[in-house]
Design a protein around this ligand. Structure first.
Ligand SMILES: [Fe+2]
Length: 313
């Protein structure tokens, strides 16, 4: 007998988000269609381009030795430091030749189902706007620097590029079972805040949330405070996370091939049927099945975290 799990998905067509699926409501600006794509990339001012150049220079002081090799190679291949905000058309051409991905402009955070659809078709939606000097250090909404500098270099890695597409495809099943929160945690702990052990004892960052900010690369890779635990997809999808501060826990992969394999081989039907609607583990928890590389002191968060004056140590 055919079951719900056997019904195939059509990844080429924008999916419908059922009304009873838990997701963040976002108001669509009137000028974009159901694909949420901007008609063109913003016409950046000279100051906008200068902000990009300064952000770029700041990150390049921090990232060598802390960012993974694939990221540094991607930065170079795409020549993201040639000056000013990169043109998406040029990026898409170069990325397309490498891994078949393109970069498309969107006005802001977009709804989950639209995001999944773009990823499943190898389109990376990137924020069109760039932060100002006032929000130079920290922004709530991802801008073009976070999206292009943080995410796009990784898409030059063929295995990682496949993982991102699989992540998008996984969205259909998460919507079917109303478990977007769990799938969101996987994105958070891999694509945004993931670490990779490139050689024994040599842990580096590949997550865009780490790579595009000034403080988190040092904290994630070197500080005593956070836990560093080997990634287990089941466990990660049950784990809460922090949105507006450094992470109490980072999950570490062995390789992008391992991340890809863990994701495509997962029986998500079974997993979603067993997952509760909320998270099981606190963001600082260490549990008995964990393969722990570093058990954190949690000193930074115990002292109050962001805004308290606590040092990210
Ligand atoms: Fe991001």
């Amino acid at each position: 007998m055919a079951t719900l799990a056997d019904t195939p998905f059509d990844f080429a067509t924008l999916p419908e988000m059922a009304a009873d699926v838990f997701t963040a409501p976002l108001a669509k600006p009137a000028h974009v269609g159901s694909d949420w794509l901007e008609p063109a990339q913003t016409d950046y001012t000279a100051e906008d381009h200068a902000v990009w150049d300064d952000l770029f220079a700041r990150q390049l002081e921090v990232l060598p030795g802390r960012a993974c090799s694939a990221f540094m190679a991607g930065l170079e291949r795409l020549d993201l430091g040639r000056g000013g905000v990169p043109e998406f058309a040029r990026l898409s051409e170069e990325l397309g030749a490498l891994t078949g991905w393109s970069v498309v402009p969107v006005p802001m955070l977009i709804p989950d189902h639209v995001f999944f659809w773009h990823l499943a078709n190898r389109r990376f939606p990137a924020g069109n706007f760039i932060r100002t000097r006032e929000t130079f250090d920290y922004i709530e909404e991802p801008d073009v620097f976070h999206d292009v500098f943080g995410h796009v270099p990784m898409l030059t890695d063929p295995v990682y590029a496949d993982y991102m597409q699989e992540y998008g495809r996984a969205g259909w099943k998460a919507m079917r079972y109303n478990r977007l929160k769990a799938l969101g945690a996987l994105y958070w702990y891999t694509v945004e805040f993931g670490l990779i052990e490139e050689a024994p004892g040599d842990v580096r960052a590949y997550g865009a949330g780490i790579l595009s900010g000034p403080a988190e690369a040092r904290f994630a890779v070197e500080a005593q405070s956070p836990n560093r635990i080997m990634l287990n997809v089941d466990r990660v999808m049950r784990t809460d996370y922090v949105i507006s501060d450094l992470q109490p826990t980072y999950f570490v992969i062995e390789s992008f091939a391992d991340l890809y394999r863990q994701t495509v081989e997962r029986d998500f039907d079974r997993l979603y049927q067993s997952l509760p609607a909320g998270f099981t583990y606190a963001n600082s928890a260490v549990i008995d099945v964990d393969n722990v590389l570093h058990r954190g002191t949690q000193e930074y968060h115990l002292r109050g975290g962001r805004g308290s004056g606590a040092q990210p140590v």
